[in-house]
Design a protein around this ligand. Structure first.
Ligand SMILES: [Mg+2]
Length: 188
């Protein structure tokens, strides 16, 4: 009987385009145009002044923003495939002080990716969630998870922002690679 591994995936930047939803707001409010390639840090809000942050955060926290994030079609296909051989769960950090975020995120994941609410962990300390494999685009989170679960397979989803981070041993650049890595665990 093949082992059915547990695969944990992040949502923002991995399943859906959070940053691409924020850039038009920055452009509208502050008149500056950004692409992911313009950043050398994971956190895109670092380019904003405290005053600018205070202006934009309410728009991101507002009802409807979370739902408006575009899902990546190739992620939808990949999740469908991975789910055929692995327990597939989402570990997603809620946006702070956004009162409707978690409900919208849950509905979004169920509607666009076929998840059940029970498959979804809303968590910030993601390293506390066990799995056989873990996929996230945030370098510090992947690092922390890898330190906690030494038998696990940590994967850093590549986004242009993090290209200079020294974590290439964790980096994956395609869903094919993720699928291969998780599928290899079925022989565990
Ligand atoms: Mg993310």
């Amino acid at each position: 009987v093949p082992y059915r591994p547990t695969f944990l995936t992040d949502s923002d930047e991995v399943l859906g385009a959070f940053q691409e939803a924020v850039f038009p707001l920055i452009e509208r409010l502050f008149g500056r145009t950004y692409r992911q390639e313009d950043f050398t840090t994971w956190d895109i809000f670092e380019v904003l002044s405290p005053e600018e942050r205070a202006e934009i955060l309410p728009l991101i926290r507002a009802p409807g923003f979370c739902q408006s994030i575009k899902p990546y079609p190739e992620a939808q296909d990949a999740i469908r495939e991975i789910r055929s051989f692995a327990y597939t769960h989402v570990v997603t950090a809620p946006f702070s002080k956004a009162l409707t975020w978690m409900g919208e995120r849950e509905e979004w994941l169920c509607d666009h990716f076929g998840f059940e609410p029970d498959d979804i962990y809303h968590a910030r300390r993601k390293a506390n969630v066990w799995g056989d494999a873990f996929l996230d685009d945030k370098p510090t989170t992947v690092q922390a998870w890898s330190e906690k679960w030494s038998d696990g397979v940590p994967m850093l989803w590549h986004i242009p922002n993090t290209r200079t981070y020294p974590l290439d041993h964790f980096r994956v650049t395609s869903w094919d690679e993720v699928i291969r890595n998780v599928h290899a665990l079925t022989r565990k």
